[in-house]
Design a binder for this molecule. Structure first.
Ligand SMILES: [Zn+2]
Length: 256
C-alpha cells in the first residue's frame, strides 16, 4: 500500500516536472509537438534558407500546436539527430538541405521515422543523400535536374489531404521546377503534379508530361510529406505555399 502511494507520488511529481511547456500550447493537457528543422548543407546552399527558417518559426507561432528548433551546422547534426536526441522530437524537416549530411546513424533515423514519427522535406531535401537509397525510398524520389526558373500551373490532385485541400484545383507559381529520377505515381499520395514540362530550357519544354511536384506517403508507421517547391525567397512568402507547408508539417506531426 505504502509502496503504491510512493509510486503514485513519484508519477505525479514526474508528470508535473515534464519538459518545457510551450507558452503557445493551447492547454496544459495538450503539449505542443516538437519539430526539428534541419537546414544544414554540404552541397549547394540556397539563399532562401534564411527566409525559410523565419517562415517555419512564424508558422509554428501561428499554429500554437508545435514548436520548432533549428539544426544548422554539422555539429548540430551530430548532437541533435542522434538516436538519443530524436526521442525529444515528434518530426524532423529537411528544409533545402543538400548533400550527405553525415547523420550519426542514418539507419536509426529512418527507423525512428518508421516507428511512427514524421518527416517533411522541402525542395532540395530531394537533392540530399543521393548515395543512400534507403533515404531516397523514405522520401519517395530523387532530384535529377532543373532548368531556368519558370511559371507553372500545377494540378492539385488531392482535394482532401490537409497539405493540398486549401489550394483549389490549380496552383500557379514561379519557381525552380525539379525533375526527378523516376515517376512515383502509384507509390505515393500525389498532392500536386504538372501535366506538361515547364518552359525552362530543358529538352521537351512545354510538351505533355506527368511530373510529380508534391506528395505524401507512409514510411512504416511514420508520415512523410514532400514538396519540390521552395527555391525562391518569394515562394516562401507566398500565402498559399505557407498554408501548403504549414498543413503538411501539422500532418506529419499528427496534428491533422
Ligand atoms: Zn533550388
Amino acid at each position: 500500500m505504502l509502496r503504491g502511494l510512493v509510486l503514485t507520488a513519484v508519477l505525479l511529481l514526474s508528470a508535473c516536472g515534464s519538459p518545457e511547456q510551450s507558452p503557445a500550447a493551447p492547454s496544459s493537457t495538450t503539449p505542443a509537438k516538437r519539430l526539428l528543422v534541419v537546414t544544414y548543407t554540404t552541397g549547394f546552399r540556397h539563399d532562401s534558407i534564411a527566409i525559410a527558417e523565419q517562415t517555419l518559426d512564424a508558422l509554428a507561432r501561428q499554429a500554437g500546436t508545435f514548436t520548432v528548433q533549428f539544426c544548422r551546422t554539422g555539429a548540430d547534426v551530430q548532437s541533435m539527430l542522434s538516436p538519443a536526441s530524436l526521442r525529444g522530437f515528434d518530426a524532423v524537416a529537411f528544409v533545402n538541405t543538400t548533400g550527405n549530411l553525415g547523420l550519426p546513424d542514418l539507419p536509426a533515423f529512418l527507423g525512428w521515422i518508421a516507428e511512427g514519427h514524421g518527416f517533411a522535406g522541402m525542395h532540395s531535401a530531394a537533392d540530399t543523400y543521393h548515395d543512400e537509397p534507403a533515404y531516397l525510398d523514405m522520401l519517395g524520389n530523387e532530384f535529377l535536374t532543373h532548368g531556368a526558373e519558370s511559371s507553372v500551373d500545377a494540378m492539385v490532385e488531392n482535394p482532401t489531404h490537409p497539405a493540398s485541400a486549401m489550394l483549389g484545383p490549380r496552383f500557379a507559381i514561379f519557381d525552380e521546377i525539379y525533375r526527378f529520377a523516376r515517376g512515383n505515381r502509384g507509390q505515393v499520395t500525389m498532392l500536386m503534379s504538372l501535366d506538361r514540362q515547364p518552359v525552362d530550357g530543358l529538352p521537351g519544354q512545354g510538351e505533355p508530361a506527368d511530373l510529380p511536384l508534391a506528395w505524401a506517403k507512409a514510411h512504416g508507421a511514420g508520415r512523410v510529406f514532400y514538396t519540390a517547391l521552395g527555391h525562391r525567397d518569394d515562394v516562401w512568402r507566398n500565402v498559399s505555399y505557407r498554408q501548403h507547408i504549414g498543413a503538411g508539417l501539422q500532418w506529419v506531426l499528427g496534428l491533422r
